[in-house]
Design a protein around this ligand. Structure first.
Ligand code: MOS
Length: 738
């Protein structure tokens, strides 16, 4: 760290609980008379369930009920909130929209009984032809409508230029490439799970969610109850990556079944089921054409995107609008986003939605331009660094991409890179270096926090936000300690429960940036409440003093020569605790600046000259994310993002069977993810430029940016090692052999 005065580096406050098995995830939640559900999934991609034979399953030991479209559970199909992952509710009709869709739920006394009975159900379909091939759908791609308030086809041209193609044609140098990547899956370590329990008409749902409040909204709407009657509890989430924002079929059906049966119901998806019942990332094809002057100045950027989408709704990768839209300065810009609607499971948000794919295309194209121009790839990026948001002419609140490149190049030893591809060989390995830019917007949402002084000497800091393994438990403790002048060990954080102070949750890399300022506001309000108690309660030694004469100092109230610690005060006045809720929200500056985090990745790869096997040697990542609150968990966030990008670059991709629409590799034996042996040493460095125009903490957020640009950096290094440009991910050895 470069001398960040406020940055601390502490262990996770929930770490001990997790490594000792004490942390209770959704599926660990006990309940009396708990029944177990197992989902039934469709085995065709499109059509109608004509009939389901549930006789054998219903007669199977321990079975309590088999729900199907023909013996359904009442859910309100109209007005499905956006926080349900798709546009319909399960089992309300017999339609099949993709292979692996929920078409039933078997509930039994034990999980094994439910699973065994599920295997006995026979479904008979009226099958209709399904469109599941992404490449085949490209010619009939459609316009998705506005993207983040801008047209899907967005263009600005310099005076006198007729079209983007004219600008490209007039450029001294042009490069153009088509880049492809398959659909991908979040693959959180904790599969989606829930325990639904009703009492007196109120539902408590234990489930791993990124947003307890959105889950409350989705459940209440689907079940036809008031939001006040739904509580969502989610203290620990074993990875989310965007896939635990929306509410999926298992939670809706478990809650509906629990209501009907009058017993709590648990549903845990199998790993295979998570691939289709929950969301994914679009498959993406992109064409990027760049026009430049000989000195490397970009004059034309054309970025076309085709992304898969589901007929069932969901979202899609907005690859150009999240990258080429603003990453570099250019006089002529043309973005064009199209979607290919297929009979496949719905895509949803997935870590850096848009940037992940967009950066692969744009940052690879820039490397191709650098090679064409014989300009160093770092130099090319510095030369085209945008200092105002293109086309809007608002400045960035704080942007230090140039410093990321300079510092990163130094730390990594970029100067040792040989500019000629294939020139460096060590034994049987060809060695290369590559670089790419990372970017992610600074997002911020309104948030509330409750701070409460306790008679036992602890202070609770709580909010209905989520910790996906990301470090929010610890961030609440660190910021609470800082605001109150107390050691971290005296703060008791609490989160992941919809009854806590209002908070939209954890997504958009915005949890710390949103919730952090509210901690300070709540600490201030709680301190005022503590002083108020001290001067008004007759039993207090400070009773009767003017509040203005009492000040709070590191856990004590001080008035003249009197000094009393809050635990003593609370015990003296027999108080169970005193505190207050504080809130924070984006301020008026939010229209006047662009808020974006930036970063630079550098990586070294080696490619075996006989087998084509690509291996990573080392990675350096420098992040300009504003102030860093806890260095230790922040570093882990970036490492996690980089590892996510390694999966994108070298391993991951859904294989959809063209005839059936089945995901052929929808399991952890066949869907490859990076393991420790695939992960090289990763050097993470944060610049220290607090962004005080963004929020009083100066912290923008770092949950997603780490993954952006990693695939391009790796691919660019593979090119430098071998002279081969692989434009289709993942970069597997077959693509590096003759
Ligand atoms: Mo993130 S894809 O906003 O959880």
């Amino acid at each position: 760290m470069s001398g960040a005065a406020r940055t601390v580096s502490v262990n996770r406050v929930d770490g001990r609980l997790k490594v000792t098995g004490g942390a209770r995830y959704a599926a660990d939640q006990p309940a009396e008379r708990l029944a177990h559900g197992c989902l039934l999934l469709s085995t065709v991609a499109r059509g109608t369930v004509r009939a389901m034979d549930t006789t054998a399953a219903e007669a199977s030991p321990g079975v309590l009920a088999v729900y199907t479209p023909f013996r359904t559970l009442a859910l309100l199909g109209s007005g499905t909130p956006f926080s349900v992952g798709h546009s319909w509710l399960p089992l309300q009709d017999a339609g099949v929209h993709y292979h692996g869709q929920a078409i039933g739920l078997v509930v039994a006394e034990t999980f094994e009984q439910a699973r065994d009975a599920a295997a006995l159900v026979r479904a008979d379909y009226e099958v209709r032809p399904a469109a599941v091939s992404f490449p085949d759908g490209i010619p009939s791609a459609t316009d998705p409508g506005p993207i983040m308030g801008e047209p899907a086809r967005l263009e600005y041209l310099a005076d006198g230029v007729d079209s983007i193609d004219a600008a490209l044609a007039a450029s001294e140098v042009t490069v153009s490439g088509t880049y492809q990547q398959p659909g991908k899956h979040h693959s959180a370590m904790e599969p989606h799970a829930c325990v639904a329990a009703w009492q007196d008409g109120s539902l408590t749902l234990y489930t791993g969610t990124q947003s307890a409040s959105l889950t409350v909204g989705a459940m209440a709407a689907a079940l036809g109850v008031e939001t006040a009657k739904v509580r969502v509890v989610s203290p620990h989430v074993g990875g989310g990556f965007g896939n635990k924002v929306a509410t999926w079929a298992h939670s809706l059906l478990a809650a509906a079944a629990a209501r009907t049966l009058g017993r709590p119901v648990k549903v845990v998806l199998t790993r295979e089921q998570t691939f289709t019942v929950t969301g994914n990332r679009s498959a993406v094809r992109q064409t990027v054409s760049l026009g430049a002057r000989r000195d490397g100045t970009l004059v034309a950027v054309k970025h076309q995107v085709w992304a898969s989408q589901s007929g069932s709704g969901g979202i899609f990768e907005s690859s150009a609008h999240t990258t080429s839209r603003y990453l570099y300065r250019t006089e002529n810009l043309h973005l064009d986003q199209k979607i290919v609607t297929l009979d496949v499971p719905p895509p949803t948000w997935m870590r850096a939605p848009g940037q992940e794919s967009g950066s692969f295309a744009l940052e690879t194209a820039l490397d191709e331009l650098a090679a064409e121009l014989r300009i160093d790839p770092v130099e090319l990026r510095l030369r085209n660094d945008a200092t105002v948001y293109p086309g809007r002419n608002v400045p960035w609140s704080s942007k230090h991409l140039d410093e990321c490149y300079r510092v990163g190049a130094q730390r990594f030893g970029w100067a040792r890179r040989h500019p000629t591809p294939g020139a460096v060989q060590r034994g049987e390995w060809l060695v290369g270096m590559g670089t790419a830019t990372a970017n992610y917007p600074g997002e911020r949402f309104p948030a509330s926090v409750d701070v409460r002084f306790r008679p036992d000497g602890d202070v609770s800091v709580s909010s209905a936000t989520a910790d996906l393994g990301t470090g929010m438990w610890t961030v609440l403790a660190v910021l609470g300690a800082e605001a109150l002048g107390l050691p971290v060990s005296r703060i008791r954080s609490d989160l992941g429960d919809s009854i806590l102070a209002a908070n939209i949750g954890s997504f958009g890399s915005a949890s710390t940036a949103s919730t952090g300022p509210a901690v300070a506001a709540a600490a201030q309000a709680a301190t005022t409440a503590l002083i108020d108690l001290a001067v008004t309660d007759e039993r207090s030694p400070l009773h009767g003093r003017p509040a203005a004469e009492v000040r709070y100092e590191r856990g004590e109230l001080v008035a003249g020569d009197r000094r009393i610690g809050f635990p003593e005060l609370l015990r003296t006045v027999d108080s169970p605790g005193v505190g207050a809720t504080g809130s924070a929200a984006p301020g008026p500056d939010h229209g006047r600046y662009a808020f974006t985090s930036f970063g630079a990745h550098f990586c070294e790869v080696r490619v075996n000259r006989w087998t084509g096997e690509p291996r990573l040697t080392r990675i350096t990542t420098v992040i300009d994310g504003g102030a860093i609150i806890n260095a230790k968990t922040a570093r882990s966030q970036i490492i996690g993002g980089v590892v996510f990008g390694i999966g994108q670059a070298l391993l991951e991709g859904a294989v959809v069977e063209p005839d059936s629409g089945r995901i052929a590799n929808g399991n952890f034996a066949d869907y490859l993810l990076p393991v420790n042996a695939d992960v090289p040493p990763i050097d993470v460095h944060f610049l220290d430029h607090p962004d005080l125009l963004f929020n009083p903490l100066g912290a923008r957020g770092i949950g997603e940016i780490g993954t952006v640009g990693v695939a391009a950096a790796i691919g660019n290094a593979v090119y430098n090692a071998t002279g081969r440009r692989v434009r289709e991910l993942p970069i597997t050895l077959d693509k590096l052999l003759d």
